[in-house]
Design a protein around this ligand. Structure first.
Ligand SMILES: Cc1cc2nc3c(=O)[nH]c(=O)nc-3n(C[C@H](O)[C@H](O)[C@H](O)COP(=O)(O)O)c2cc1C
Length: 300
């Protein structure tokens, strides 16, 4: 499948920040049968991340407040080169998190020079202060995509669930994004009733995994209805097996990413999704390409 101007075959990847935080992790994702690897989000400056605990289990999912711990822009080249040196052959999608459109431009240029196959603009991490301070996210999305496009590399935009999501998708499409990645974790927190304090070191965090799947499927569904003809959609949120992946495809995603399930159930989930999708497509007698958005057929 060609997704966001990148050949992703099979159309299954890891989600940013889970498992492939190092090049060695990306090799594991490749060996598990993915069609592309996605890096942890790189920011301009190094970040330590929040206090522990950073990740806690919740209802078959996770709540994390990692806060984009990463070595900064210099880590991008190191990561890509190390992945290739270790024998990695898949397209590599470098996730980047800028505080401003200019920073997104710089990070995208570095990813392109380092030899990445696409850049994924993380515009939706709930665990960093700057995204919370963006008032008009749609216009920041537009300017950031425009800045990243000058780097001459396919640009994917990762967005979060919220009332303004379709406005943000529209801004990404109009600015020429090659794909939208829906969705990031959903802002959340837990309070320990005995200590009477927030459980996470970062106080608040983001919910991921099976509990957010119906929300993520709806986001993909809405984006496909409005923009399906103009942009590729990648579904992420609670994919833990082939059936969940098929739901995203039927809603309109051309590919899926798997995060929390890799952490909770292991890398074998990727193979299970890939093989399950092949056998599903055989059983229903239609190639996967034809199933993209098929759940919309016949609806008003
Ligand atoms: C521990 C953890 C770290 C994450 N780090 C990042 C990150 O660095 N960049 C990003 O765009 N998303 C990050 N995410 C969000 C995931 O990529 C994904 O969008 C979200 O978890 C929903 O997918 P899932 O339910 O399959 O995990 C992280 C999620 C988790 C659980």
């Amino acid at each position: 499948m060609i997704v966001g101007r990148v050949r992703v075959e099979p159309p299954v990847m890891n989600a940013s920040g889970v498992v492939a935080s190092s090049a060695a992790g990306a090799i594991k994702v490749e060996k598990a049968g993915a069609g592309a690897v996605v890096t942890k989000t790189f920011t301009l400056r190094p970040r330590r991340g929040n206090k522990a605990p950073m990740v806690v289990p919740y209802l078959g999912g996770l709540i994390n407040s990692v806060g984009l711990a990463n070595p900064g822009i210099g880590g991008i080249r190191e990561y890509v080169e190390e992945y290739r040196r270790l024998g990695g052959t898949l397209p590599i999608v470098v996730s980047v998190g800028g505080e401003t459109p200019e920073e997104f431009g710089k990070l995208a240029a570095e990813a392109a020079e380092a030899g990445a196959d696409a850049v994924e603009l993380n515009m939706s991490c709930p665990n960093v202060s700057w995204t919370a301070s963006w008032e008009d996210i749609a216009s920041i999305v537009k300017e950031s995509v425009e800045a990243a496009k000058t780097a001459n590399i396919p640009v994917w935009v990762k967005l979060g669930y919220g009332k303004g999501l379709m406005k943000e998708v529209k801004a990404a499409v109009e600015a020429g994004a090659d794909a939208v990645v829906l969705i990031n974790t959903i802002p959340a927190m837990l309070i320990d009733v005995w200590s009477m304090k927030p459980v996470l070191g970062g106080v608040t965090g983001g919910l991921s995994g099976a509990p957010i799947r119906p929300i993520a499927v709806k986001a993909v569904w809405d984006a496909y209805r409005e923009f399906g003809g103009s942009v590729d959609i990648i579904g992420v949120g609670g994919v833990d097996g082939w059936e969940a992946a098929a739901e995203f495809i039927l809603a309109g995603a051309k590919a899926v990413q798997v995060g929390t399930a890799l952490s909770l159930a292991g890398l074998d989930v990727i193979r299970e999704v890939v093989e399950g999708l092949i056998s599903y497509s055989r059983k229903v007698g239609r190639p996967l390409e034809e199933l993209v958005g098929a759940a919309h057929q016949g609806l008003p």
